[in-house]
Design a protein around this ligand. Structure first.
Ligand code: SF4
Ligand code: FES
Length: 311
């Protein structure tokens, strides 16, 4: 048992249920998710629903991750709280959220790094809700651990919200399809014409892609990108990917443009030499600050922009 607590202040969101089209809906109405299909990103609508802020006070140690805390809440306090994660150790990129207003990963953020002193006592109603201005009242099931936060053992408050720049789906889960759509459009796989060969019986022949260490160094650091979206959530221009394809898409494009084995560098540069491509990057460099894989995204943006313009 620990004798310290932390308060997780979670921006919650519950989407409005879809209308039942079987009862009264037009048979000719186009069926789609409330977030639109992946092929209609520009027309993507923000889902509507209930929005409120909820405080959870739980026992935690300074070295616990924020993901550990959320799992404790999910298992012991409030099973309705929604968040996404997979690997739990900074490799899959599925758990990017906003912590204290900064995009980062839940599984690598520790309580001691992110808990900040509570300036004021937590104001909650009898059900444990702390309503934001203008938000609808919620009748969602909720519960709040009633651990006393004023007993001097509190490690502080951590504010959580879904990753900025993307539509929120539920609670801490953002719809990152706009980013994945942009990545797919730029063909994020090696294209090497004339290298693949087949044997007489039609099987793929064994072959090697030879590179020297300098050629590998040109792109190796970019292979660390896990498409978490943290850089996109930090970018003031991205905001959903309508006006700018985003730093992650450019990182992936640059990764193959700089790979000596890839034979489509010219086509790849054409694909990002657009108004919503390199021309949209304003060099704000906010994307560099929190990349969990240590990529200096702003510097990489700068280099790929220069490369495209100088050809
Ligand atoms: S460049 Fe870094 S922050 Fe951006 S998507 Fe890749 S891993 Fe995430
Ligand atoms: S859960 Fe995989 S990166 Fe955090």
């Amino acid at each position: 048992m620990t004798n310290t607590t932390v308060t997780l202040r979670v921006n919650r969101f519950a989407p409005r249920p879809e209308r039942n089209r079987d009862r009264g809906g037009s048979p000719f109405a186009r069926k789609s998710s409330p977030f639109g299909s992946s092929s209609e990103a520009p027309a993507r609508r923000r889902p509507r629903g209930k929005q409120w802020t909820q405080d959870y006070v739980i026992e935690a140690r300074p070295e616990d991750t924020v993901l550990d805390c959320l799992l404790t809440i999910k298992r012991t306090v409030d099973p309705t709280l929604a968040f996404r994660y997979s690997c739990g150790h900074g490799m899959c990129g599925s758990d990017a959220v906003s912590i204290n207003g900064t995009p980062t990963l839940l599984c690598t953020a520790t309580v001691k790094d992110w808990a900040k002193p509570a300036n004021t006592a937590v104001q909650t109603d009898d059900e444990g809700f702390r309503h934001t201005e203008g938000a609808d009242a919620s009748d969602e099931a909720s519960s709040l651990n009633d651990t006393d936060d004023a007993n001097g053992s509190s490690l502080g408050v951590i504010e959580l919200a879904a990753l900025p720049g993307f539509p929120v789906q539920r609670d801490l889960i953002a719809d990152i399809d706009p980013m994945l759509d942009q990545l797919k459009k730029l063909k994020p796989a090696l294209q090497a014409d004339g290298v693949l060969a087949t044997t007489k019986d039609g099987k793929v022949d064994v072959f090697e892609y030879l590179q020297n260490p300098d050629q590998l160094a040109q792109y190796e650091r970019l292979t660390n990108c896990i498409a978490c979206g943290v850089c996109e959530g930090s970018c003031p221009v991205f905001a959903g990917g309508d006006a700018f394809i985003g730093p992650a898409a450019l990182i992936w494009s640059s990764r193959f443009i700089n790979d000596s084995r890839d034979t489509k560098a010219a086509e790849r540069m054409d694909a990002i030499d657009t108004a919503d491509g390199v021309a949209a990057c304003q060099s704000v460099r906010a994307c560099s600050r929190q990349c969990p894989r240590g990529i200096d995204v702003g510097e990489e943006m700068w280099q790929i922009v220069a490369k495209v313009r100088e050809r």
